[in-house]
Design a protein around this ligand. Structure first.
Ligand code: 5GP
Length: 219
């Protein structure tokens, strides 16, 4: 196999690019997970299932929405860095499967360090909490009569439209396949922001991993 072929193969695979801690991100995505969906999907017993969307992460994204992650093994998160917002993080950014701090630690290491030049650790976590507070997804969907239900099918476009109604921009949905119903099931919604982390921006792929035209919003 020639080296050129291997190189093209690498380009074709959607491998997350590593970021260097300089400004090589184009925008941010705030990913909020729907606990009922997430826990059904992973098949791991969740330690809690809050009845609201919770934060999964705030991710600097590369050009074309390419996920960038950090291989840099320095600038680790410590408890003291986020002490002022620890209570808010526990409420709104809990780990559904493990220790909260471990989740924040890994999200900072993998994603937050990609924008560390612009946002310090505390600023980064405050930004995520601020954006989360502005987008109560459960309420946003409820206003469009989209509520959790075991079997009800909702048009994927109507879920996208409900979020668009609130932000005036396209979100990105994430689904898994409910194998019993053979239909997409919602477990995450991403909302995108510009480089400043504050102004809304369209996400690139509104239907994301949701296949077909309808989904369930698991209860
Ligand atoms: P990411 O999806 O940001 O690339 O990685 C998330 C990491 O955090 C995974 O290793 C996952 O196991 C861990 N984790 C711990 N708690 C949670 C949780 O509540 N939700 C998600 N999505 N991942 C979690």
């Amino acid at each position: 196999m020639s080296m050129l072929f291997v190189f093209y193969l690498f380009l074709l695979l959607d491998v997350p690019k590593s970021c260097i801690a300089e400004k090589d991100y184009e925008f941010f995505m705030l990913a909020q997970q729907w606990p009922k969906g997430y826990c059904n999907r992973v098949g791991v017993p969740c330690k809690s299932r809050p009845n609201k969307f919770t934060i999964h992460g705030l991710w600097p994204q590369g050009r074309n929405g390419q996920l960038i992650t950090n291989g840099n093994d320095s600038n680790h998160l410590a408890y003291d860095d986020i002490k002022p917002v620890e209570n808010q993080l526990s409420l709104n950014w809990p780990s559904l499967i493990g220790k909260d701090f471990d989740f924040w630690y890994s999200e900072w290491k993998k994603h937050g360090t990609c924008s560390e030049k612009e946002f310090s650790k505390l600023e980064y976590f405050k930004l995520a909490l601020h954006n989360y507070a502005q987008n109560d997804l459960m309420g946003i969907l409820k206003r469009a009569n989209i509520v959790p239900n075991k079997k009800q099918l909702y048009n994927i476009s109507s879920v996208v439209a409900a979020v668009h109604q609130h932000t005036q921009h396209q979100p990105r949905l994430v689904c898994y396949l409910d194998t019993q119903l053979n239909v997409s099931a919602l477990y995450e919604i991403g909302i995108c922001y510009g480089e400043d982390g504050k102004s809304y921006k369209n996400c690139l792929d509104p239907h994301g991993t949701c296949r077909g035209t309808e989904l369930i919003y698991p209860k």
